[in-house]
Design a protein around this ligand. Structure first.
Ligand SMILES: Cc1cc2nc3c(=O)[nH]c(=O)nc-3n(C[C@H](O)[C@H](O)[C@H](O)COP(=O)(O)OP(=O)(O)OC[C@H]3O[C@@H](n4cnc5c(N)ncnc54)[C@H](O)[C@@H]3O)c2cc1C
Length: 407
């Protein structure tokens, strides 16, 4: 076998929240780091996240409550040690994100904290309405400042164990290939549900780069997986106007008071129940013939967004939900005056690679973090817990991978 083209202590695959958090942490631990990512640094599902990030930072909240909510929403299927690590890492993750420049929204100097589906307390923090985009911007700068080597438009094509670690074969968008030798590897390539949706002909909320080949590669190498077929649907995928198909109205729309109705105007579910409960209820009423039809015949439920300004006063939607409001306005719909039609859309892979509290997969020297992993969310993720997962486990995986490579 000829020598590698490049060498590093830690190779990070992917540059969403998990990959970038891992890269920065591995650099902080003194490792040399190469990040490979399919397109531009930070292009990812993370950048699409609108709703926010959960962490028990409210005065009346606790990590114990966050743990119980996470565990219950995940149908008690989550790994208790991973959930504990997630929730206990929450407040520190928020402090770290703020320290690298994420501008968390404040009202009168206090962090704005919202209650969302499945949470018993207000726990969702936001950076404006595009929390994921703000996180990506701050993380991108942190990665650039860290001195990690970044190879954009470069995909992982193959991974093989070698003496002293792993050798990756990468393929750039121009077709050129490179081999990179690394002491340890962090897989942070996401859950790939966009690719799964395309395979079965469904729409999804995911970024076009969200395909599952890295997950599949790890499984083929013998890594243990769990709950791989547990896929989450976002309850409120837009079905009309057709130009919005695949867009999901954020959970905060319901947190602020939007209500769900069948064709006859009846409410049929607690809008702040866990995601799968709300999604299943919409699917059920449509199956029962109680759905409302879009002009092209697509069936769904009404999401009464006009209820928000009725509850909070005129201008509230335009202020707090400006992004959603404007997206619909561009399609000719004013959500403060008209309700909108929604149906669940494929969104998130609950399961993935088995990891321990150090982010170790069952393959020696291979770590993983973020949506590519399983066990943190059981079989139904609580809204806002995924962004937290990427930071908490991304940082853990990065520092553990660095420690192993340097030891
Ligand atoms: C529309 C939308 C809204 C969301 N809203 C929220 C929210 O409000 N709160 C919340 O907590 N969660 C939310 N989520 C979920 C959350 O954003 C994601 O689960 C999480 O950000 C995943 O982060 P990640 O780093 O694991 O993966 P991703 O962010 O998906 O990043 C994966 C990275 O891997 C790269 N990659 C993929 N394949 C390869 C390959 N072969 N080689 C090299 N690189 C590769 C990709 O290019 C990308 O950079 C939302 C998701 C979507 C799609």
């Amino acid at each position: 076998m000829s020598g590698p083209d490049a060498q590093c202590d830690v190779l990070v695959v992917g540059s969403g929240g998990a990959g970038m958090s891992a890269a920065v942490a591995a650099r902080e631990a003194g490792a040399s780091v190469v990040v490979i990512t399919k397109s531009a640094l930070g292009a990812s599902n993370t950048g699409r996240a609108q709703g926010g990030i959960q962490a028990a930072v409210g005065a009346d909240d606790s990590t114990a409550d966050h743990l119980e909510d996470t565990f219950a929403a995940g149908h008690d299927d989550a790994d208790p040690a991973l959930v504990r690590t997630l929730v206990e890492g929450g407040p520190g993750a928020i402090d770290w994100l703020a320290s690298i420049g994420v501008p968390f929204t404040r009202d009168d100097g206090q962090l704005r904290i919202i209650r969302c589906g499945g949470a018993r307390r207000p726990r969702l923090l936001q950076a404006g309405e595009r929390t994921g985009a703000e996180m990506v911007q701050a993380l991108r700068s942190a990665v650039r400042d860290s001195g990690a080597e970044v190879r954009e438009s470069t995909s992982l094509e193959a991974l093989e164990p070698v003496d002293g670690g792993w050798r990756a074969t990468t393929r750039a968008k121009d077709g050129s290939r490179l081999s990179i030798a690394a002491g340890s590897v962090v897989l942070a390539a996401g859950g790939g549900l966009g690719g799964e949706a395309a395979r079965i002909g469904e729409k999804s909320t995911n970024h076009p780069d969200a395909t599952p080949e890295v997950l599949e590669m790890a499984l083929a190498l013998g890594a243990a997986g769990r709950d791989l077929d547990s896929w989450q649907r976002h309850p409120t995928g837009a079905i009309w106007p057709a130009g919005l198909a695949g867009y999901a109205l954020p959970e905060t729309t319901r947190s602020y008071g939007a209500t769900l109705h069948d064709a006859a105007g009846e409410r049929f579910v607690d809008e702040l129940a866990p995601r799968d409960v709300v999604a299943d209820a919409i699917i059920r009423i449509v199956a029962e013939g109680r759905g409302a039809a879009a002009p092209d015949g697509t069936m769904g439920a009404w999401l009464d967004t006009t209820a928000i300004d009725r509850e909070h006063g005129p201008g509230f939607t335009a202020d707090r939900l400006a992004y959603v409001h404007n997206r619909y306005l561009k399609q000719g719909v004013d959500i403060t005056k008209e309700r909108v039609l929604v149906y669940p859309v494929l969104h998130y892979r609950n399961g993935g690679l088995v990891i321990d509290e150090h982010g170790r997969t069952t393959l020696p020297g291979v770590y993983a973090a973020g949506e590519i992993t399983g066990g943190v969310h059981g079989t139904n993720r609580l809204m806002g817990n995924s962004l937290l997962d990427t930071v908490v486990f991304g940082r853990i995986a990065g520092s553990s991978a660095a420690a192993e490579a340097l030891s």
